[in-house]
Each structure stands twice: as structure tokens, then as C-alpha cells.
Design a protein around this ligand. Structure first.
Ligand SMILES: [Zn+2]
Ligand SMILES: [Zn+2]
Length: 220
């Protein structure tokens, strides 16, 4: 099993492959589909080999290229039920910063619009993604958004979306999420991720986080 990171200026998207197939986790901002399709080709795959496009949450820097990638791959888009309505509506959302740096970044991020997307698969709190054409298991980690999910892969690494973030200077040091719609829930979700004792944690911004920095995390 391999996790390929497609670095975006604003956020990362991921291509996960194993002997049974391939899935995309997050898609980056709008206009990033060509970079992901190039990564798929570089991995020796065709677009039709993608079985699932999973969005860890609805934010525009993760959902921005989902429509273009669904069109190119014909794979279904999955999102947790508590983020599904916002994805259907699209538009801008209010971001609640958890500290000073994201407060400054908010000015930049708040401009991005979520494309209105009708998801194909609505995820519950825990899902076996192989049932949906993907790899590993998803589990809900609310806080950053109501329906943020993480993916636990067979090698015990975790794709965490924005439920955790990398440091600005030290990108591999785990930090609390930069924004949290519900800080208490976000803190519980951080503990839930740490309790999996992951081998590595891939996040939307910075990372991959070291296992040690994730287990050492103090809640918000
Ligand atoms: Zn986000
Ligand atoms: Zn993000």
C-alpha cells in the first residue's frame, strides 16, 4: 500500500493505492485535477482504476477539484452525513480560528468557495471503505467541521484531513486544527486519533506528522 501526496499551494490531496485498487482522499482547491491525474498516471494507473473519491470534509481547499475528478475517473464522491448538506449547498463558510496565525490566514482562506456537489455516498460514523471501492476504514472526527472524517489505512497510518495540522515552521510536528467549528469536539477527536497510535498521520496542511508528535498532543 502506498500513499502519494499531491502537494497543492493551499492544501494536499492524496492518492492511496494497493494491490486491490486506488482511492483519492481530498482533491485540493479548484484547478488541481490535472496534478492528481498526473499522479495517477505516474503510479501506473488509469483514471478508471480509481474506486472512490473521499472528502475528509466539505471545505473548498479539499473539495475544490472533486467535480472535475469525478468526471475524469467516474468514481463516486463520499462524505460524512454531517458535512453532506454544506457540500450540496456549496458557497462560503465561516471559519473559527483556534489561535492567532489562522486568524491571519482566514482573510485569505475565506475567499474560497465550496463548489455545490451532490455526493454519491453518505458515510456514517464508521465505515469499511472497501465496501465503497476504497481502502481502509473511515471514522468520524468532528470539530473542525461537524462531519470531518479520518481514514485508517491497513498499515496503521491515518489520513486526518484538517482534524490535525502541521506546524508552520516544523511541518511534521502535530498541532491542533487551525480552525474548529466546535473546539471541544475537536479536542476529543485529537485524542481519538492519538489513541489509534498511528504509524504516520497525513494532513491537509503540512505533515506528514510524526507518530511521536501525534501521541504527545495535548488537547486544545
Ligand atoms: Zn478544513
Ligand atoms: Zn484545509
Amino acid at each position: 500500500m502506498t500513499v502519494h501526496t499531491v502537494k497543492n499551494l493551499a492544501s494536499s490531496a492524496f492518492l492511496v493505492t494497493d494491490e486491490n485498487g486506488a482511492m483519492i482522499v481530498d482533491t485540493g482547491v479548484a484547478g488541481r485535477a490535472p496534478a492528481m491525474l498526473q499522479q495517477i498516471a505516474d503510479a501506473g494507473l488509469r483514471p478508471a482504476d480509481i474506486g472512490l473519491i473521499l472528502l475528509t470534509h466539505h471545505h473548498a481547499d479539499h473539495s475544490g477539484s472533486a467535480l472535475a475528478l469525478r468526471e475524469a475517473t467516474r468514481a463516486p464522491i463520499a462524505i460524512h452525513r454531517d458535512d453532506a448538506d454544506q457540500l450540496r449547498r456549496g458557497g462560503r463558510v465561516d471559519l473559527r480560528p483556534t489561535s492567532l496565525m489562522p486568524r491571519l490566514m482566514k482573510v485569505m482562506l475565506a475567499k474560497a468557495e465550496i463548489p455545490a456537489i451532490e455526493p454519491d455516498i453518505i458515510l456514517g460514523d464508521e465505515e469499511d471503505l472497501t465496501r465503497h471501492g476504497g481502502i481502509g476504514r473511515s471514522f468520524v472526527t468532528p470539530g473542525h467541521t461537524p462531519g470531518s472524517v479520518c481514514v485508517l489505512l491497513p498499515d496503521h497510518s491515518i489520513l486526518a484531513g484538517d482534524a490535525l495540522s502541521g506546524g508552520m515552521m516544523r511541518a511534521r510536528m502535530a498541532r491542533k486544527p487551525m480552525f474548529a467549528a466546535n473546539p471541544d469536539a475537536a479536542a476529543r477527536s485529537m485524542r481519538a486519533i492519538a489513541q489509534h497510535v498511528p504509524t504516520a498521520v497525513y494532513v491537509g496542511h503540512g505533515g506528514p506528522l510524526t507518530a511521536a508528535s501525534v501521541t504527545a498532543l495535548k488537547p486544545l
